[in-house]
Design a protein around this ligand. Structure first.
Ligand code: AMP
Length: 478
């Protein structure tokens, strides 16, 4: 189905085509007509499925009628983190580039003044994190009496981050007669009660199974004692196919230590967590996006909303205790139509979380044994460090031509970096542990084609051990 068949305004279709999108993603095809009809919508879609355009395109279409009148802010989009807010803003600017829109972003961690000024100047759309927005509203900034559209993006994460009281206070100040769209990766009981509170007769638009990670992501697990995780990461990074790797740690300190070890081993990497300054986060994300660094080590909170083309691998260095976090983490690869691999390190303590994840996503995850990696090595004395050596130079993941290969489904607007940190008034990250080491040198980053996924076992640095549970799918790799 082409974009022209969805009933979108011609200038918006033009912008989408200029962004390089050839056809709507499933969530876009499903949600756009319902939103255009003026109905409240609950959108359940995995991250990376194109959900931002799914709500932005019809909203802009509906707003074009009122934009000429220019009477106050018409749409409010709430998002959990500043990165996501910035990315949404970038998308809105891309899709609305022929509409002469006025947009403001409002989030914490940066000065209030420019945000206050743009609110004063008058804007059509505000993209905001709840904490800072509430602060500014409390100071008398922003006129929400004309709001007709409210979007709650990544609502599940906003609940996790404790934003519900702020959201309630913000929504209380909005006109009751409005269209409210709520997007979430998962549909929990809490989300359902949120929809009852904020929406009227919403229609649910769901793409794929509930809680199901993107089908284009191949997942497997290495069962590894905690003390061997640094060595295993180093071992895996000897594979040049791991050319754009997002490593998740549970803690900020853990992220710092891994980055330090990678740098010592001359593996180019960046670090993203909420203790880093805004500039450091922006740089880390930009470097990763540009392919100037091969690895980005991040905590969950800081990684929220990261949208980087062509991430080849997500590595759960620390296994996430909550299944929802796993779904979000691995959604950083396999975005839109691209493919990717998600690797999880699982130690003794993580087995229960792994089992409940498998229940949550309704399928088993393949366990693999890393080839040529000694899992029986004893824990080193506390001060000892694993030997450091350099891995081979990475090449293009699929034998490409140096980074020019086009990913499946053309991607739109080039993005600017937005640093980490958990949005204004966001939550805390934990303090803690763990190092890692060595591998190759900076990559070129090819975009990746979606590929058929025949049932086959992988080879290379990792060999398959067994598949557990229902539908233990195997990947197309190598
Ligand atoms: P999102 O889930 O909104 O974060 O989008 C993930 C990525 O998919 C972004 O880089 C978008 O630019 C891209 N995207 C959104 N819609 C389409 C489409 N119809 N075709 C190709 N790429 C898209």
């Amino acid at each position: 189905m082409p974009f022209t068949a969805l009933g979108l305004e011609a200038r918006i279709v033009q912008a989408v085509q200029e962004a390089g999108y050839t056809e709507p993603t499933p969530i876009q095809a499903a949600a756009i007509p319902v939103i255009l009809a003026g109905t409240d919508v609950i959108g359940i879609a995995q991250t990376g499925t194109g959900k931002t355009a799914a709500f932005t395109l019809p909203l802009l279409t509906r707003m074009t009628a009122v934009l000429n009148g220019r009477a106050g802010t018409k749409a409010l989009i709430l998002a959990p983190t500043r990165e996501l807010a910035v990315q949404i803003e970038e998308n809105v600017r891309i899709y609305g580039k022929h509409l002469n829109l006025r947009i403001a972003t409002v989030f914490g961690g940066v000065g209030e003044r420019p945000q206050i000024q743009s609110l004063r100047a008058g804007v059509d759309i505000i993209v905001a994190c709840p904490g800072r927005l509430l602060d500014l509203l409390g100071q008398g900034h922003g006129d929400f009496s004309g709001i007709e559209y409210l979007v709650l993006d990544e609502a599940d994460r906003m609940l996790d981050m404790g934003f519900l009281p702020s959201i309630r206070r913000i929504v209380r100040g909005l006109p009751g007669k409005r269209q409210t769209l709520l997007f979430s990766a998962t549909l929990s009981k809490e989300i359902e009660s949120l929809t009852q509170e904020f929406q009227r007769s919403p229609k649910t638009v769901q793409v794929g199974r509930r809680s199901n990670p993107a089908e284009t992501v191949t997942q497997w697990v290495y069962e590894v004692p905690a003390h061997l995780k640094p060595g295993l990461l180093a071992h895996l990074l000897e594979d040049p196919a791991m050319n754009s790797v997002l490593v998740f740690t549970r803690t900020k300190h853990g992220a710092d230590r891994i980055s330090k070890r990678l740098e010592q081993s001359r593996i180019s990497c960046g670090t993203l967590h909420s203790n880093r300054s805004q500039n450091q986060r922006l740089k880390a994300l930009k470097d990763f996006r540009d392919g100037a660094v091969r690895v980005l080590v991040a905590t969950d909170i800081a990684a929220r909303g990261i949208d980087v083309d062509g991430i080849s691998h997500v590595v759960n260095y620390d296994f996430p205790p909550h299944a929802e976090d796993y779904v979000h983490r691995i959604g950083r690869t396999g975005r839109a139509h691209a493919i990717g691999d998600a690797i999880s390190f699982v130690s003794g303590d993580d087995q229960a979380a792994l089992r409940s994840l498998e229940k949550f996503i309704g399928r088993g995850i393949l366990r693999k044994k890393a080839e040529n990696f000694d899992l029986s090595a004893p824990a080193p004395p506390r001060s000892a460090e694993p030997p450091v050596s350099r891995g081979p130079r990475p090449q293009n993941r699929r034998g490409g031509d140096g980074g020019a290969a086009q990913g499946g489904g053309t991607r739109g607007g080039q993005r600017q970096g937005a640093g980490g940190g958990g949005g204004s008034g966001g939550p805390r990250e934990r303090s803690g542990q763990q190092p890692a080491s060595r591998g190759g040198s900076p990559p070129s980053r090819p975009r990746r084609e979606p590929a058929p996924q025949p049932a086959q076992e992988s080879s290379g640095s990792a060999g398959a051990e067994y598949a557990s549970g229902p539908g233990g799918r195997r990947s197309r790799r190598r």
